[in-house]
Design a protein around this ligand. Sequence first.
Ligand SMILES: Nc1ncnc2c1ncn2[C@@H]1O[C@H](COP(=O)(O)OP(=O)(O)OP(=O)(O)O)[C@@H](O)[C@H]1O
Length: 261
Amino acid sequence: MSAEHLLLTVDDSDHQHSNHHDRGVKFEIRGLRKVSEAGVPILNGISVDIPKGMIVGIIGPSGSGKSTMLRALNRLWEPQSNTVFLDGHDIVDLDVLGLRRKVGMLFQLPVLFQGTVADNIRYGPRLRGKKLSDEEVSKLLTLADLDSSFLSKTGGELSVGQAQRVALARTLANEPEVLLLDEPTSALDPISTQNIEDVIVKLKKKKGMTVVMVSHSIKQIQRVADVVCLLVNGEIVEVLKPGELSEAKHPMAQRFLQLSS
Ligand SMILES: Nc1ncnc2c1ncn2[C@@H]1O[C@H](COP(=O)(O)OP(=O)(O)OP(=O)(O)O)[C@@H](O)[C@H]1O
């Protein structure tokens, strides 16, 4: 295991000149490990800082641990104590529902609850005793690039791309400060993909959102991310700027990038 803590930095001018330096949250990961029940190492001591207001892309071969790493960040599995910190707080000491509100997650395939789009979007706030008005729900839909004609539709009436945007609006209704995206566009057509990418970039620029995004698409990562972590066999083997991916030095990373591009 490398004891080195990877610090992600960018010279992206949007980030440098963002008005949101005092907003957003950061993650610090220190030696995060996971071993399967059969004793097979899945994560081998991930140590990386994820600064606030940055879009961090995670790429790597299938089975390298990308989803596992992401899922630790909102305790879909329980990391060891003293390994994942959100703004300085060990996440295992935080209230898990509060953590998941702050750290929203979107998966490859959207799963909507029964009821209308509006019911779905109101769900999270309602758990906290807050009733969103139609106007507030419409605003969230707009943020996810959908218009208010969707309010009364049900999940069955939506395409996968539209459902994914509703799932995004539902996550945003919790006013998260971090978005964890696990291949959020892999089931979508190019236009829906572009819509989601645009929304992600807008959220970073307008709200200073911190985003950690797993993707199999190198091109997508190059379009969206400020910085890219290459994960191989449960370790971050390289941290690169999106424009420098071809300069990866690790042999497995090189091979993966050659085959993926
Ligand atoms: N709960 C579990 N028990 C045992 N093994 C697991 C568990 N979860 C994941 N794994 C294994 O850990 C490794 C990493 O899985 P993970 O889903 O994080 O990889 P990934 O990089 O996201 O892969 P992909 O790109 O295919 O989605 C895989 O070998 C997987 O089979």
